[in-house]
Design a protein around this ligand. Structure first.
Ligand code: UN1
Length: 497
């Protein structure tokens, strides 16, 4: 049954000002309408930004441990509702149920972690060069944030932004992807039930074209955190740059796994299957390239293909399914186009390559797990982000060659190496130019207690998630205090005669 979804503005759930709606459908069966959602316009965004601005001062002055208590309760609510929310994520986004639950778990992890930050948020105290004077720095919130999130992690990625933004004392206007609005709404409902004051979190539904840009460039927005395509991220950052806003973007990837002759090949195949076809390849961390050391190349391709052949496609809610559908028609077309491009470029199609059209698949967006071998680094399928179940296998002469191939990408989010040689792993760790490097594990599965983000076209501004250099840097600025208690005018840097 389709749920009727509303915007949340200033603590009130409401329809879009113009009363128009959009539908969110199940990508495994488009007859299944998951929700009917407000198709908001600029007028709704204006009101949401206004509500966030009004709520800012009181929230800024709420002690961070108190903010943390609310976020902790949100974590508890999420945990209690994990099963139903995980199912909703699967129904609305398509990823298999285990991954739908994992998506929610990542949101829970982030909520607990950021709740704890309420009692840390530490700064520095350092000595002054003058007597009877002290100096310290601390983090302060930036103000009102626009949070714009994609459909591939309907609860985790919003949680990566909402919880650090709130613990830091910002208020937010959250615009989730119009492909996964119901999951996002459920997440917000649980945060509201945890006791977040009205106006601190506002939710506005709609398409990127209609309200995304409008929100990001809104004059009363102080900061923007965006996750999505590099094209949109770059455009937003240019627009925001000119009007002087904080902006951080998490964008595409063309992540690679290196498999060396001395690696555990069985494990590497398992890793390539999970990294390449997990979430139907629709992760920005997906392993869309596998770079294999020449002596084991043929054997790897054979086993990888044989194992990929065994994967079962279907509705993610069915326990037997390994790989779910793509999110929508546009993504389906893009993936099929890239498969044609790969064939024309002369890559060898080893398995897959087709849309499934049998009765049980025809109402969904299903494409077979696809492997191209003999791909060369200059081919488009080796360079461009496909965001689907398509893996390109490339050959490397040695470790140096493999690292060069990985680094030749204009993206730099995540990479991996399978090797049992300690020296090779150290060289890879040092020389792979990506934000995240995995040793003997695939390119997906980052944990929330360390920063998440990439180099080059994969990331711009601050990183997400926890740890030093993580999201707190995105959502706070440093303030420095000098306090002079000498009752005299003391002059720093000046030598008195
Ligand atoms: C994404 O694909 O946008 O590391 C995020 C991972 C997940 C997050 C992926 N923890 O694959």
């Amino acid at each position: 049954m389709a749920e009727e979804i509303k915007n949340l503005i200033g603590g009130r759930w409401q329809a879009a000002a113009e009363g128009k709606t959009l539908k969110s459908v199940n990508p495994a069966d488009t007859d299944d309408v998951v929700g009917v959602v407000p198709a908001s316009t600029g007028a709704d965004v204006d009101r949401a930004v206004d509500a966030a601005r009004k709520a800012f001062n009181a929230w800024r002055l709420t002690p961070p441990p108190k903010r943390g208590e609310i976020i902790f309760r949100a974590a508890e609510h999420l945990l209690k509702n994990k099963d139903s929310l995980g199912e909703l994520v699967t129904r609305e986004m398509g990823k298999i149920l285990k991954e739908g639950l994992g998506d929610v778990q990542e949101a829970i992890d982030m909520a607990y972690y950021m709740a704890g930050e309420g009692r840390r948020l530490s700064g520095e105290t350092v000595p002054s060069e003058l007597a009877d004077k002290d100096c310290k720095s601390f983090r302060v919130p930036i103000g009102v944030f626009a949070l714009i999130t994609p459909w591939n992690f309907p609860t985790a990625i919003p949680a990566w932004k909402i919880f650090p933004a709130l613990i830091s004392g910002n208020t937010v206007v959250f615009k989730p992807s119009s492909y996964t609005p119901v999951s996002a709404t459920r997440l917000v409902e649980l945060i509201v039930e945890a006791g977040i004051p009205a106006g601190v979190i506002n939710l506005v539904h709609g398409t990127g074209t209609e309200i995304g840009e409008y929100l990001a460039t809104h004059p009363a927005i102080d900061g923007v955190s965006f996750t999505g395509s590099s094209v949109v991220g770059e455009k937003l950052s240019k627009m925001c740059g000119t009007i002087d806003k904080e902006i951080s973007c998490e964008m595409g990837g063309k992540n690679a796994i290196i498999v060396m002759e001395d690696g555990n090949l069985e494990l590497a195949v398992e890793g390539a299957l999970w990294g390449g076809f997990g979430t139907t390849g629709q992760r920005c961390t997906a392993a869309s390239r596998v770079v294999v050391h020449e002596p084991v190349y043929d054997g790897f391709v054979k086993t990888f293909a044989a194992e990929a052949e065994k994967l079962t496609l279907g509705d993610g809610l069915n326990e037997k399914t390994d790989v779910g559908p793509l999110i929508n028609e546009a993504q389906l077309k893009k993936v099929l186009d890239y498969i044609e491009i790969g064939k024309k470029e002369g890559a060898r199609l080893v398995i897959g390559g087709k849309r499934l059209t049998a009765d049980k698949y025809k109402k969904g967006f299903f494409v077979e797990p696809t492997i191209f071998a003999d791909v060369t680094p200059d081919m488009r399928i080796a360079r461009e982000e496909i965001f689907g179940p398509v893996v390109s296998v490339l050959k490397a002469g040695d470790l140096k060659d493999a690292i060069e191939i990985v680094n030749s990408s204009e993206y730099g989010l995540s990479s991996a190496i399978y090797t049992q040689d300690v020296n090779s792993s150290a060289v890879a760790e040092r020389d792979l130019d990506t934000g995240i490097v995995y040793i003997n594990a695939p390119t997906i599965g980052a944990e929330i207690q360390l920063p998440f983000g990439g180099t080059k076209k994969s990331g711009l501004g601050h990183k997400e998630a926890g740890g030093r250099g993580g999201a707190l840097d995105m959502f706070t600025k440093w303030k420095v205090i000098y306090r002079d208690f000498s009752n005299m005018l003391q002059k720093a840097q000046i030598t008195e005669e």
